[in-house]
Design a protein around this ligand. Structure first.
Ligand SMILES: [Mg+2]
Length: 275
């Protein structure tokens, strides 16, 4: 789709030489992060958007698609499956989510999928069931229902298609929804997932990795996302430009939908501020 100047990162060979090169790359990334952080001090409410922007990075959940549209039916389905399998008091989505938060605290650095699977297993254990297959079955059903129901925002496909005609696009996400299920296969030149690279937002290093995979300096990449800290502050700390998307309209200067993004890029105007 469109003009694309960079290639997705491929798996690293495991030779001693490659490990040394990887170590150098990580050291370099740390040094660049420190430099970026020292250079991006700015007053609140002012968009930091150095030009020219040569690529765009997008958050996924609640930026390109409505996370709740898939998650709510998926967690409800998981609760029903566990209720049927375990018997006794009904398993509720609220309880599954509460246990998931407990499990997440014991699994720092783990991907969301691994945490959710472990949480289903923990719920089953607390109700006297140690069959690993049950949690695995419930997790597979959860993922399938989520993929079936997750809805893109109305403007997502059209805006991405328009932008991809002139810029390479990246996805930088902590989430794990499959792009194919959303009809977004092939849209992104680079996909950086926290579970795959081991770096989670709001660690700015995940944005440096996206820029590196795009083959661009961070200051030539602009990230767009719905979270003021994970998407905006973290991306700026890595030296990227960043724009807040607030679909509630409560943040002055933020984008209210992706529709305004092409104009913002064309104008290079100081919109898209954060509070
Ligand atoms: Mg988000």
């Amino acid at each position: 789709m469109g003009s694309q100047t960079a290639q997705p990162q491929t798996a690293q060979p495991q030779s001693e030489q490659s490990r040394t090169e990887q170590s150098r790359t990580e050291q370099s990334r740390t040094e660049r992060l420190q430099t970026a952080q020292s250079q991006t001090e700015q007053p609140d409410g002012v968009l930091f958007m150095p030009l020219p922007i040569a690529a765009l990075s997008f958050d996924g959940d609640d930026t390109l698609w409505d996370f709740g549209s898939g998650f709510e039916p998926a967690i409800g389905h998981a609760a029903r499956l566990l209720s049927e399998a375990l018997g006794g008091p009904a398993v509720t989505a609220d309880w599954l989510n509460a246990v998931r938060e407990e499990v997440a605290r014991r699994m720092p650095g783990a991907g969301f999928g691994a945490i959710r699977l472990a949480a289903f297993a923990e719920c089953a254990r607390r109700r006297g069931c140690d069959r690993p297959a049950l949690a695995e079955d419930v997790y597979r059903a959860f993922v399938a229902v989520r993929a079936e129901h997750t809805a893109l925002y109305p403007e997502t496909v059209e805006v991405l298609r328009l932008l991809a005609a002139t810029l390479p696009l990246a996805l930088t996400t902590n989430g794990n929804i499959e792009l194919g299920a959303l009809g977004l296969d092939g849209v992104f030149t680079v996909v950086t997932r926290a579970a795959e690279c081991g770096i989670h937002k709001p660690d700015p290093a995940i944005y440096l990795l996206t820029a590196e995979r795009l083959g661009l300096p961070p200051e030539q990449v602009m990230h767009i996302g719905d979270h003021p800290v994970e998407d905006v502050d973290a991306a700026r700390a890595a030296g990227l430009a960043a724009v807040l998307l607030d679909r509630t309209g409560r943040t002055p200067g933020a984008l209210r939908s992706l529709v305004g993004l092409p104009a913002l890029l064309a104008e290079g105007s100081p919109a898209g501020a954060v509070s």
